[in-house]
Ligand binder design. Structure first.
Ligand code: PPS
Length: 570
């Protein structure tokens, strides 16, 4: 555990024990109560242990926590804008007390650190949301986290680092602050301007970062976050491949790329100060701050949570104390007649300025349309297209729901054959009976088991969809809640089409192919859907089909047309 002085970046507090002590700690920890860290807590612990969160020496205790929430300062007076807390369950907290040591383990049970408990308390999470993020609106990802995902009890205390969390990806690009400082020293870099990002870089970013470095007469560190970013962001695997392509666009020896395992809070101005402190710990002297830095988007009324330049203003107020210089982001635009990017405030009235909004860019990606070279680099676009294929190359799920005997299986089969004929993707049919035989043989027809059955189908379908295939599911799925969960599970992965087979129960009963209705009426089967068990009619299915009015062939055809309209087949 050491503190040492660096030419720039200030004192670094690394919390790792020397190797021998770490080995001893591992043995002792067998008797400690253990907390299995969440992915977000692993990110926090990683940056605590490697010194990126210097001067913190552990998860905040109660008085520091209150002070940070109220005034962005530790009780010592040191500027620290975002509470770094360890949230645990009541059950776990009930078994420990101040003065005791606990083990902190990753999700496979590997001991990463121990923590000497100084405080245990139940925070007012909504007050934290209000004080830190200025809102209780759960459109804000961190407010939503506090409201719905955080554990209720906080534990504070000093950390003794045992080993860093294991990451198998991009190992050479993951640096600790001392490693990066060492690299800067080796390269002879004295001034370094850091660029924080959670998005892929396009030409405008390259121009802006290059200019920032020139203005500050500094070298450049591209320092993207690969820990946790805003839900819905492009995954870091894709982004890192993009960054590597953009790196080739900078003059040799001027720029370094390093990945930061930060769990972002999307906390706007406060988060900006936090980002700056972290970059200073990594040995940077300058930090680029753009418009709406670390902004969480809009609240429920459609208003932004923070003003576009609040972050820059807060930074200015604390710049001296932060001991890192802000390079305010200049909006760059492409001027066609000059065939170059210039700062938006430097264009001339006669200039033809080209612009492609983020929304338009995503639309073009979605639909496989042209993306001009002035906007991005072909290799970057190629990577993004691979990760986000247009709809006609994405996977999708057609989820049938309806009574027994309504014709789900027949139409599902007809649809499968037509999709196989089309041949664009592999097709898997998860029919009710088949699933009951292979996936859910131990389940009965209680509500609990039916929901579990649907959840399993949803999981398999979401995996198929994620990997670009077509899943056709045909269970009864009588409960709206379970159907909604399946929709939520699948939509982030690709298309989802709820298909309500609305054939009236009288027709289903009359058909009674399996003789089940007769048995249910005779009381030989209990809890039969539509007879003595509920069926909740879908409120907003993408399509409804009544097989008493439509042949299976025509029904399947109508589904195909709807899929075509939605863009999933062509
Ligand atoms: S659920 O509710 O979605 O889990 O049901 P599912 O797995 O699709 O049902 C598959 C078949 O089970 C037969 N079956 C019953 N259905 C409803 N209620 C009860 N109690 C019941 N017992 C057995 C029925 O034949 C279902 O197949 P389909 O193809 O829908 O007729």
């Amino acid at each position: 555990m050491g503190a040492f002085k660096e030419p720039h970046g200030g004192e670094l507090k690394e919390l790792y024990l020397p190797e021998r002590q770490a080995d001893e700690e591992k043995v002792k920890a067998k008797d400690y109560p253990s907390w299995d860290l969440t992915p977000r807590q692993i990110c926090d612990l990683d940056l605590l242990m490697n010194g990126a969160f210097s001067p913190l020496e552990g998860f905040l205790g109660q008085s520091d926590y209150e002070s940070v929430c109220d005034s962005m300062r530790l009780t010592s007076g040191v500027l620290w804008p975002v509470p770094i807390t360890l949230d645990v369950s009541e059950a776990f907290a009930g078994n420990i007390e101040a003065g005791k040591v606990i083990g902190l383990r990753d999700q496979e049970g590997v001991l990463l650190a121990t923590l000497e408990v100084s405080d245990i308390w139940t925070p007012d999470l909504m007050s934290e949301a209000q004080r830190v993020y200025g809102s209780q609106d759960d459109n804000h990802p961190s407010v939503a986290f506090l409201k719905h995902s955080s554990n209720p009890v906080y534990i504070g205390g000093r950390i003794r680092g045992v080993e860093p969390p294991t990451y198998y990806d991009f190992k050479l690009l993951r640096d600790t602050p001392s490693e990066l400082r060492g690299r800067f020293r080796k390269l002879g870099w004295r001034k370094i301007v850091a660029f924080q990002t959670r998005n892929p870089l396009h030409r405008a970013h390259q121009e802006l970062t290059f200019r920032a470095a020139r203005e500050a007469d500094a070298n450049l560190l591209i320092h993207p976050v690969v820990g946790m970013t805003k839900p819905g962001d492009i995954d870091h695997f894709t982004r890192v491949r993009c960054y590597e392509h953009v790196l080739n666009q900078y003059p040799e020896q001027t720029t370094q790329l390093s990945l930061l395992n930060l769990a972002m809070r999307m906390g706007g101005p406060r988060e900006t100060l936090w980002h700056a402190i972290i970059r200073k710990n990594y040995g940077c002297t300058h930090f680029i701050v753009g418009r709406d830095h670390a902004g969480p988007g809009n609240d429920k009324d459609g208003n932004p949570f923070y003003g576009p330049y609040d972050a820059q203003e807060l930074f200015k107020e604390h710049e001296e104390e932060l001991d890192i210089t802000m390079v305010p982001f200049k909006m760059m635009v492409y001027v066609e007649n000059k065939a170059e990017y210039v700062a938006a405030d430097e264009t001339e009235p006669t200039d033809k300025v080209l612009n492609l909004s983020g929304t338009e860019f995503r639309r073009r990606l979605q639909e496989g349309l042209d993306i001009p070279e002035w906007f991005s680099y072909p290799r970057v676009v190629e990577e993004l297209r691979r990760a986000h294929p247009p709809k006609h190359r994405q996977g999708f799920t057609v989820f049938f729901t309806g009574l027994s005997g309504s014709g789900k299986s027949t139409v599902a089969n007809a649809l499968m054959v037509k999709l196989l004929e089309d041949g664009s993707r592999p097709v898997t049919l998860l029919d009710g009976d088949i699933v009951r035989k292979h996936l859910s043989s131990e389940l009965n027809f209680s509500k609990e088991h039916r929901d579990l059955n649907i959840q399993r189908i949803g999981f398999v379908a979401s995996e198929i969809t994620k990997n670009g295939g077509i899943a056709i599911c045909a269970p009864i799925a009588p409960y709206a809640g379970a159907r909604r969960l399946v929709r939520d599970m699948i939509t982030p992965q690709g298309g989802f089409m709820e298909t309500y087979v609305s054939t009236p129960i009288e027709v289903c009963e009359q058909r009674d192919r399996k003789g089940l209705y007769a048995m249910a009426r005779a009381g030989k089967i209990k809890g039969f859907t539509g007879i003595d068990d509920p069926y909740e009619v879908p409120e907003n299915p993408e399509i409804a089909i009544d097989t008493s009015k439509l042949s299976a062939d025509l029904a399947a055809h109508r589904i195909l047309i709807t899929l075509e309209k939605l863009g999933y087949i062509r």
